[in-house]
Write a new protein. Structure first.
Length: 603
């Protein structure tokens, strides 16, 4: 290319030497263009090989060795984008449309005078601008083709990072104006690929970015040439590099997301395919079973395919007496988040099993439910243990109460009719029998707690303590109960619904084993945002160390607690995530401290 500060050379091909000289002088006087004359096609091609390269060809219609069509064909063959202006005489029969159909860049009839020279300069400049636009478009098309190739590489599924980078750097030079002199280097962290001959030189462009904690660096260098008169790397080519880095960054993010998704899916499958519970995911209207794990076949003894084909087919196994209740819950409660029920199923073998089934809705960004995720568990063993416990509890209470009543009745007869020594033995028999009855009552309470719901509920701590103490104090004239509370923030605590039972057991135990005369019991409650601490103090002889040790180390064959009261308290509090501690008072008695955490409402 010519230096922009000097006249630009152009080739004027014509046998009219007088007109050529006239045009040469006029253009030279303006200082815009320098005319390089030629009389034939061969002479024009020779002029185009000179340096600096002419910026345009100005052609008459006939020459000594051919015409303008032959010249146009020769120029296009050697210089496809070089501007070519057909410059016929006014009386020439070559028409405007014919010239442009043949592929010329511009058309202007010959003339003279200052106005014509101005028109000629404008036509030449317009042709040059058209050529530059065409050349720019060609470069952009090259870039687009290269981007398409890179996109194909990224979409090929090549998961070897180095292999992918190597494939990309091989095609990057094709998008530059001097591909034979262009070299590329692409690095993602420690993975590097580069073309042969790459060196960091002055004529280099680098684009950097970071995505998903990975650093991407793309560098392109272009070998310089003595013929270079314009920038070797254009701004558009910088944008081209930025586009490549953006594409690679997006692909790495996508691959990272897919890898993490696959890892999460693998972990999910490892869990769900190796547990005994049935995990299921369905749409809100039960029309599609999205996922169910293999445990379904073990529990229901039905195939996974049957459930995928018909998501409600599991209802066919539900016991007829439970089916209406289960169907109503499935279609009405699942989307509301209240689906939690137990029901019976009948296996193909006729065996009856108990199922605990629950599900929660999954909401989309707009708050609508688009999935139901659930867990079904075979709880037959638990139900059977509960039934066995209930039966044993009923039989034990019935038989023990009846037998103890018989023993007490006979002991009372001994007291009434026997001698003093016999009467004393009768009193002992009655005392032991009443203790056994009390033990049976506590065992009944404990067995009920074992199967009772444990979901936390909100309770006013002051109302709770007064509700425990008022009836006990009214029924025990020799008892004195003092209550004090300290509330930091709120009186309502959300904790186990069985706190009332544990507190009543402690108060009754404190009064029963209180000091001589008046049993003094002090209750102090402190409520904070994190939980509640309740201290129950008495003036009795204290809780035996072996009883405390049982609660700390657990029941064993060597040590046995003599009563169930403290076990009941311990069980209620620890099941709620709290703790029980014992501290002897300075003078007499013991202080039992309960701490229970506040359970926030579910979000």
């Amino acid at each position: 290319m010519a230096d922009s500060s000097s006249p630009k050379p152009l080739v004027y091909v014509s046998v009219d030497e007088e007109h050529v000289a006239s045009i040469s002088d006029a253009l030279g006087a303006r200082g815009d263009f320098e005319v390089c004359p030629a009389r034939a096609v061969s002479g024009a091609l020779e002029q185009l090989e000179t340096e600096p390269t002419p910026v345009c060809v100005l052609s008459d219609t006939r020459f000594s060795d051919g015409d303008w069509r032959e010249l146009l064909e020769a120029v296009r063959g050697a210089y496809p984008t070089l501007p070519f202006i057909l410059y016929p005489k006014p009386n020439d029969e070559v028409q405007f449309e014919v010239a442009f159909d043949a592929g010329v860049t511009g058309y202007l009839q010959q003339g003279t005078g200052r106005a014509h020279i101005t028109d000629l300069c404008g036509a030449i400049q317009a042709a040059i601008n058209t050529d530059r636009t065409r050349e720019s478009l060609t470069e952009r098309q090259k870039e687009l083709r290269t981007i398409q190739e890179i996109t194909t590489i990224l979409e090929s599924g090549e998961w070897s990072l180095r292999a992918m980078l190597y494939s990309i750097v091989q095609v990057i030079p094709e998008g530059f104006q001097h591909p034979d002199r262009t070299h590329a280097r692409l690095a993602v962290d420690d993975a590097i690929a580069e073309t042969d001959g790459f060196t960091h030189g002055e004529t280099a462009a680098t684009v950097r970015t970071t995505t998903t904690n990975r650093n991407i660096v793309l560098t392109v260098s272009v070998e310089s040439s003595p013929d270079d008169t314009e920038p070797i790397i254009f701004p558009e080519e910088h944008e081209f590099l930025e586009t490549i880095v953006t594409l690679l960054s997006g692909d790495i993010e996508r691959r990272t997301y897919v890898e993490r998704l696959e890892e999460t899916e693998n972990r999910f499958n490892q869990i769900t395919e190796n547990i005994s519970e049935v995990v299921w995911i369905t749409d809100p209207d039960q029309s599609e079973m999205i996922y169910v794990n293999p445990a379904y076949e073990d529990v229901w003894k039905r195939s996974l395919e049957s459930l995928y084909d018909d998501p409600t087919s599991f209802l066919e196994s539900v016991h007829p007496d439970d089916r209406e209740r289960v169907e109503r819950a499935v279609f009405e409660e699942q989307s509301r988040g209240t689906y939690d029920l137990e029901y019976r199923i009948v296996l193909p073998s006729g065996e009856l099993r108990w199922i605990h089934d629950r599900g929660v809705p999954v909401e989309s960004g707009d708050g609508s439910v688009y999935r139901i995720v659930g867990l079904s568990e075979d709880v037959t063993d638990r139900k059977e243990r509960e039934q066995q416990l209930t039966v044993l509890d009923r039989v034990l209470r019935h038989n023990l109460r009846n037998d103890m009543n018989v023993i007490i009745g006979n002991a009372e007869e001994i007291i009434r009719n026997g001698e003093s020594a016999s009467a004393a033995h009768g009193q002992t028999i009655i005392a032991v029998a009443e203790e056994l009855l009390d033990l049976a009552n506590k065992q009944r309470k404990l067995s009920r707690l074992l199967i009772a719901p444990r979901d936390p509920k909100s309770q006013d701590i002051v109302d709770l303590i007064e509700g425990v103490c008022d009836p006990i104090e009214a029924a025990t004239p020799t008892a004195s109960i003092e209550i004090s509370t300290s509330v930091a923030g709120k009186e309502v605590i959300r904790t186990t619904p069985h706190l009332y039972i544990a507190l009543r057991e402690l108060v009754e135990n404190a009064i029963e084993h209180g000091g001589n005369g008046v049993s003094a019991v002090a209750i102090d409650a402190t409520v904070t945002d994190s939980g509640v601490e309740i201290c129950v103090s008495d003036n009795g002889s204290g809780i035996p160390l072996e009883e405390q040790a049982v609660l700390e180390s657990g029941e064993s064959q060597l040590i046995h607690g003599s009563g169930l009261g403290l076990w009941l308290v311990h069980w209620v509090v620890t099941q709620a995530g709290g703790s029980v501690s014992f501290e002897p008072n300075e003078e007499e008695g013991t202080t039992v401290t309960l701490w229970l955490p506040h359970v926030p409402e579910a979000a």
